[in-house]
Structure formats: structure tokens, C-alpha cells
Ligand binder design. Sequence first.
Ligand code: WQD
Length: 338
Amino acid sequence: MKILVTGGLGFIGSHTVVELQNAGHEVVIIDNLSNSSEDVLNGIFAITGILPSFENIDLRDKNLVVDFFKRHSDIQNIIHFAASKAVGESVANPLLYYENNIASLIYILQELEKKTASNFIFSSSCTVYGQAETMPITENTPIQPALSPYGNTKQIGEEIITDVAKISSISAILLRYFNPIGAHPSMNIGELPSGVPQNLVPFITQTGMGIRKELLVYGDDYPTPDGTCIRDYIHVVDLAKAHVIAMERLINKKNLDKVEIFNLGTGKGSSVLDVITSFEKVSGQKLPYKIVDRREGDVTTTYANTDKAKTVLGWQTESSIEESVASAWKWELKVRKA
Ligand code: WQD
């Protein structure tokens, strides 16, 4: 089937395009290259031998969105990744996030609403749960007030999709990711953070390369076994495969509701120090780091209950935290050698 992947040259988007092509689907990518590069197309081609069609479109431009759907009137399956995703940046520049993440979503949904049927996969985040009371987090864990505009755009996005699906022919699946890390085993695609990495694993691998002097560990006085925050780090290829399963579920009309929600994680929590230990083990080198103050907005602990994805989607992760960190490290080595 023909599937539109917005943000398809980004970290999770590009890995999902590969898995969609591996499953025999025709992929059309929209990306405005604000946090990705057209070179990623070559990486995808190197893996699958199929060059996806690509259009450099900024989804904040309603006219461009309307024009795209006029030219591709046969598209009725969408995986929507395109969005800004840096928590700290969203606090400093909320209107950039509300415009980019919400307006573009609305323009796409307005086009889908006109169709007799459409299937929509939304890139959501465990951020919507905030600091949940009990672990592991299930899809029924209460949503907490967002701690950042970024997290709020994911909550608002889910609400908009749910309201529109009720009165339209749109069927949707909301995928709540935990922490995506790693790179494709072929080492042709991986994470390419622009500027100073905000996220833990790319900062670790850049520190391992000597690009960063040391990792700053944001607090070791949390109520966790080793005092550092706990997250659920999921390999990006495992995450990508879940998108193919979810998209095919809608295409094959297997969904039980107009809107379904799935947590995508490993079900295991790893602390910051656990990730550092994994890095040192897989790289064979010590990681220079310093404990500093907590980072505003960080939750103490979050990791997924994976039962629903396992029983309903028949999906579960395959990579361990060490394998995921090892692939991120191998990718960093390759990118820096290029
Ligand atoms: C993980 C842990 C930090 C950097 C965010 C978004 C989430 C998703 C992933 C987009 C925390 C600690 C980090 C550093 C550190 N974004 N850390 N030093 O904040 O869990 O999730 O990114 O999809 O929606 O909320 O990920 O990698 O930034 O932080 O100590 O230099 O590592 O305090 O405990 P986070 P992260």
C-alpha cells in the first residue's frame, strides 16, 4: 500500500520507512529538513534498494498541504512523525512548538477528513504520562498535566485526533514511545542530533568520541536505587517495526476502536548510571562524567507495561539496553569516521 510518512527523514521516521519498504509498502516522504538531511534518503536506499519519493514541504503552510493531497489523492494511509521534539527548546519557544506540532497536524487531518476512509498513525510520547504514580505505566495510566509545551503538544494532538476520529472516517492509532535510541544494524542510518545533543545516549556517544568533554548527569539524589533517573530505552528498529504492525492493523481493519493507544517500550527501566555502565561495557572505555543539579522538568522514573502491545499487536522488543547502546556507539564511530 502507498503510505505517507511525514518527518520520514528523521531518526524514527527513517527507520520506519526502511521497515515499511521491507514489508513491501510504497513510501512517500514529506520532510522540511529542519532536523534531518536529504542524505538520509541514500541511507534508506543503501538498506532496501528502493528510493522513496521525497518532497521538501513545510506542513505549517496550509496551501502546500492542500496542494500535496490534491497531487496525491490516492494517499489514505499516513504515519505522522513531523514535529519539533526538544523539551528544553519547547519551554524557551512555546509558539514554535504549538504552531509546528499542532497547526501541521490540523492541516493534515483537514485533508483526511475529506476522504471516504483513512488510516492515521500518530507519533506520541510517554511524556503525556508525566510522573505517573505507579510503575510500570499502562495505557490506562492517568494523563498528567504536561511539564513542557512539547509534552502538551502531544497531549493536545491526541485529543484533536480522538475528537476528529469520532465524527469522520479517520481511524487512528496513537503510539506512545518511551526513549528511542540506537541505529540500524547496517549503520546506514541512525540518530543525527543537530547541535549539542539534548538526549542522554547521543550525548554519551559524542562524549565517548571526545566531541564533548564530559557527560553531566542531571542529579543523583532521586528516590531510585542509584539516585539517578530511570527510563525505558527502546531500540529504534524495534520501535519502527511496531509502526508497520500498527499501520497494517488499520489497513486490514483489525482495529477494535476508531482510536487505539499503545505504549511502545521494553518494559524494563534503566537508570542513567546503568546506561553509562552499558556504554563502558560495549565500548571498552571509561566515560568521563560529573554529577550536577537536576534538570527542570525531568520525571524520576518512567517505564512501560508492554502487555497491550504484546497481546493485541503481537509485538515486543528484541534488543537489550546493551545491544541498543552498542548500536548507537557503532553508529557514532561510523559517522565520525566519514
Ligand atoms: C533521559 C535521562 C536526564 C542528558 C525526552 C522527551 C521524550 C523523548 C525523549 C522525543 C534523564 C538524563 C540526559 C544529559 C543526563 N523525546 N540526562 N544528562 O527527557 O527522558 O525524554 O526525550 O521523542 O518525549 O521527554 O530523555 O535522553 O533527555 O533524558 O543526565 O546530558 O538522562 O536527566 O533522566 P527524556 P533524555
